[in-house]
Design a protein around this ligand. Structure first.
Ligand code: ATP
Ligand code: MN
Length: 479
C-alpha cells in the first residue's frame, strides 16, 4: 500500500483493467521454458504469470530465477492468451532481490506432507495450505474483535504472568529468576520465593477468567483475547502448551444468555470467514477432500463448506449432562464395548470419544452440554438447586470435541466460600476475587473459546500444531 510502485498479485488478478505498467515483488514458485514464472507474493494462493519475452533478460539473470528466489518484475499487465489466467505480466525487466539455491531449497515444487512441513515451520508459510490457514486465522481474529466491538464489549488485557494458581484449569508453567543450581533452597529445604523476582511464586496464566470477572462486574461486558499456557503432557491433535483463548465475561447474563451469546458469536465469525476468505476456504476444502479420498469411508470427514454452512444455519443441540449420560449409557457403542471408557455411572467425566459420539454419531451437529456434576467442574461455577450439579456449559464441535467451556458464575458469597473450603482452596489468597461477591455482587456468566480449536474447525486442519505459526508442545519448542 505504501510502497508506491508495487502492486500485489491479488490486486492485479482481481482488477478488470489491463494495459498498464506496474511492479510486482514476490517469490518464484516455478519457472518453465526460461519464459514463464509463476510468482507468488502471499496476497493470494493464485500465482501471477510473469512472461519474459525472448531475449529481453540476460542469461545470467535467467539462471538466477529459481524456485524460492525473490524477484522484482516490472512490465505491463496484459490480457493472457494462455489457459489458466485472464491477465499476466509481460516483463520488461527482472531484478533478483534474493537468490535461492534450488538444489538446497527445502520446498520443492511438489506436494509435501504436513508432518514434513511442521519440521520446517519457518518456511511453511510459503505453501498454499499454510498461507490459507494463516490468512483465515487472521480473519477470524479480526472477526472476533469486530463482533465484540459492534456489541459493546470492552477488550480487556488480563495478565500473562499471574500470582493466582487456584484456578485449576491445568498444570502451570513457573515464572522465576531464581538460580537453578540449588542455591535458592532455604534451610527448611523449601524454595525461598521471597528471593524471587516478584517476591512470591508466579506462573504463566492458564486463563484470564478470574481477572475478567473483576472487570465485568464493573464495566458490564468484557472479553479477553490472549495467550494462555498449560504444562499438560497431552500429546494430542487438540492440545498445545501455548494457545490463544477468547474469554467473554458478562454481568447480568445467566446460563441461557451465555449459551445464546456463544452460539451467535460462533456463527458470526464463521460467516465472516465464509464471506471474506472464500478462495482460501475453497482451497482448504479441496485439500481436505483429496486427503479424505485416501482414507477408509468411516474415517472421512464431512465436506468442509457444507459443514460450515450447516453450522451457521442450524441451532446447536442443547442437552443436560444427565441426558447425555443416558444417551451414552444406552448407545450401541457402549453396549458393544466399543468405547475405551465405558459409561456406567452418573458422575463420570466425558472423554473425547464420548463427546465425539454425541456430536458425530448421535446428534450430527454441534452440541451444548449443560449442568455437569459439580465434582468434575471448577469451584466458581454456580451451584444448582439439586445440590449435585453446576450451571456449566460445554460446546462440542464435530471433528474437534470440546471447543468452548463456560458457566454461570457463583455470585453468592456463602455458596462460593463453602465450595472453596470443600476443595481446599485458600480463601485468603483469593480475597480480591471474593470482593466482587462482597460488594455489589451480581448474576454473571462467561465462557472460554480455544482459538486454535476454532481455527481447526474452520480450516478443517486435523492437527492443532498446523493452525498456530510456531506450535509449542511436549518436547518441542522451536524458534
Ligand atoms: P480439554 O478437556 O479439551 O482439555 P479443558 O476442559 O481443559 O479442555 P477449559 O479449561 O474449559 O478446557 O478451556 C477452555 C477452552 O480452551 C477449551 O474449550 C478448549 O477450546 C481450549 N483449550 C483447553 N486446553 C487447550 C490446550 N491445551 N490447547 C488448545 N486449546 C485448549
Ligand atoms: Mn484440558
Amino acid at each position: 500500500m505504501y510502497n508506491k510502485e508495487r502492486k500485489t498479485v491479488k490486486s492485479i488478478l482481481e482488477s478488470t483493467t489491463t494495459n498498464y505498467s506496474t511492479v510486482v515483488m514476490g517469490w518464484v514458485r516455478t519457472f518453465r521454458n526460461t519464459q514463464f514464472i509463476a510468482l507468488n507474493d502471499g496476497s493470494t494462493n493464485d500465482n501471477l504469470q510473469v512472461v519474459i519475452p525472448l531475449g529481453s533478460v540476460d542469461d545470467a539473470t535467467l539462471r538466477r530465477i529459481t524456485t524460492g528466489a525473490c524477484i522484482k518484475a516490472s512490465g505491463e499487465v496484459v490480457a493472457s492468451v494462455g489457459k489458466g489466467q485472464s491477465v499476466e505480466l509481460a516483463a520488461a525487466s527482472i531484478e533478483i532481490l534474493g537468490d535461492s539455491d534450488a538444489e538446497k531449497y527445502p520446498l520443492q515444487p511438489k506436494k509435501h506432507s504436513l508432518e514434513f512441513l511442521r519440521e520446517i515451520a519457518h518456511l511453511r508459510f510459503r505453501t498454499n495450505t499454510f498461507a490459507s490457514v494463516f490468512r483465515i486465522r487472521h480473519s477470524l481474529s479480526f472477526a472476533i474483535h469486530k463482533f465484540f466491538y459492534d456489541n459493546g464489549f470492552v477488550y480487556m488485557h488480563t495478565p500473562i504472568i499471574t500470582a493466582s494458581d487456584a484456578e485449576g484449569a491445568g498444570e502451570m508453567f513457573r515464572v522465576t529468576t531464581l538460580p537453578l543450581d540449588g542455591s535458592a533452597v532455604g534451610e527448611d529445604g523449601l524454595i525461598n520465593f521471597k528471593e524471587d523476582f516478584f517476591g512470591r511464586s508466579t506462573n504463566l496464566t492458564v486463563s484470564g477468567q478470574l481477572e475478567g470477572e473483576l472487570a465485568a462486574t464493573a464495566l458490564g461486558n468484557i472479553y479477553t483475547f490472549g495467550p494462555t499456557f498449560r504444562a499438560e503432557n497431552s500429546n494430542t491433535t487438540r492440545h498445545l502448551a501455548e494457545f490463544w483463548m477468547i474469554e467473554p465475561e458478562m454481568a447480568f447474563y445467566d446460563l441461557e444468555d451465555n449459551m445464546n451469546l456463544a452460539e451467535e458469536f460462533i456463527r458470526y465469525i464463521i460467516k465472516f470467514v465464509m464471506d471474506n476468505n472464500s478462495k482460501d476456504l475453497a482451497f482448504l476444502a479441496q485439500r481436505l477432500a483429496d486427503e479424505d479420498k485416501q482414507k477408509p469411508e468411516a474415517e472421512r470427514s464431512f465436506p468442509l463448506l457444507e459443514k460450515l454452512e450447516f453450522v451457521i444455519n442450524n441451532n446447536f443441540e442443547r442437552v443436560t449432562y444427565t441426558e447425555a449420560i443416558e444417551i451414552l449409557r444406552n448407545c450401541s457403542y457402549n453396549k458393544k464395548k466399543k468405547f475405551r471408557y465405558l459409561i456406567d455411572e452418573w458422575g463420570v467425566d466425558l472423554q473425547s470419544e464420548h463427546e465425539r459420539y454425541l456430536v458425530e454419531k448421535h446428534f450430527k451437529k454441534p452440541v451444548i452440554i449443560t449442568n455437569y456434576p459439580k465434582a468434575i467442574k471448577s469451584f466458581y461455577m454456580r451451584q444448582n438447586d439439586d445440590g449435585k450439579t453446576v450451571a456449566a456449559m460445554d460446546i462440542l464441535a464435530p471433528g474437534i470435541g470440546e471447543i468452548v467451556g463456560g458457566s454461570q458464575r457463583e455470585e453468592r458469597l456463602n455458596k462460593l466460600t463453602s465450595r472453596m473450603k470443600e476443595l481446599n482452596i485458600p480463601a485468603d489468597e483469593m480475597d480480591w476475587y471474593l470482593d466482587t461477591r462482597r460488594f455489589g455482587t451480581c448474576v454473571h456468566a462467561g465462557f472460554g473459546l480455544g482459538f486454535e480449536r476454532m481455527v481447526q474447525f474452520v480450516t478443517g486442519m486435523g492437527n492443532i500444531r498446523d493452525v498456530i505459526p510456531f506450535p509449542r508442545y511436549p518436547k518441542s519448542c522451536m524458534y
